[in-house]
Design a binder for this molecule. Sequence first.
Ligand code: HEC
Ligand code: HEC
Ligand code: HEC
Ligand code: HEC
Length: 126
Amino acid sequence: MFKKLSALMLMLALAPAAANAFGVKDYHKEVMTGDNGKVECAACHGDAKRKTIPDATACEACHGTPADVAEMTKRADPHDIKVEPNPHDSLHYGTDLPCTYCHMEHKESKVYCNQCHEFTYPDMKR
Ligand code: HEC
Ligand code: HEC
Ligand code: HEC
Ligand code: HEC
């Protein structure tokens, strides 16, 4: 009996930790938290099984189209080499790169371009 009880208590103690493993970024916490105080996974994952990476349409619902996002970070002078290039509208990929190549949700974000370049993008929220 005692053994069973302690196993149950252990499970209860572990449960919140497991849920936290899929917490979201601070900037999404407020808007993604439902009335029950829990993060609404469906906001990004929809009804799909939560094993896959959400597609761009999930972000689009709130952030607008890739073209809108590119416009938001447009550089005053795209040819000014002292300014790092617009990550949302690049020489190679235009506006076609999926958001989730750079903006991670459950881990630190990374800049996809830096497989080959060394951009710093100090303003990016990681
Ligand atoms: C339910 C609406 C919603 C969805 C879906 C959503 N976001 Fe957001 N996101 C917000 C809000 C609201 C903010 C905070 C206000 C802001 O900065 O625009 C935010 C902030 C951000 C920021 C930080 C911007 C900053 O400078 O503070 C990034 C990056 C971001 N979202 C990327 C994404 C990506 C990538 C996806 C898809 C995987 C996504 N978001 C899905 C609503 C949403
Ligand atoms: C190649 C990497 C990359 C991709 C792909 C990408 N982003 Fe970003 N994003 C960045 C970087 C870097 C910044 C920092 C902004 C800057 O330096 O101008 C940023 C900034 C943002 C911001 C904050 C804007 C601000 O005020 O600076 C939002 C919101 C955002 N991205 C949403 C998206 C969405 C939605 C998509 C998909 C349509 C997307 N991003 C695709 C790299 C990326
Ligand atoms: C703001 C959008 C957003 C919300 C809300 C969200 N996710 Fe995710 N999820 C992502 C993105 C983007 C990825 C791709 C990997 C990453 O960025 O961490 C992902 C990947 C995953 C994966 C695959 C893990 C992997 O590394 O391949 C699982 C499982 C998952 N999410 C579960 C959840 C659960 C459970 C919730 C609710 C508590 C949730 N997600 C809420 C955006 C979101
Ligand atoms: C697979 C490697 C790779 C990736 C990923 C990559 N680039 Fe490049 N990029 C290159 C190479 C190689 C060149 C030089 C091409 C040339 O000179 O014709 C280049 C050139 C450029 C240039 C021209 C100026 C310069 O520095 O030479 C810009 C701007 C640029 N890339 C931006 C980006 C951005 C923004 C991203 C991410 C959205 C990105 N790149 C992702 C390989 C890459």
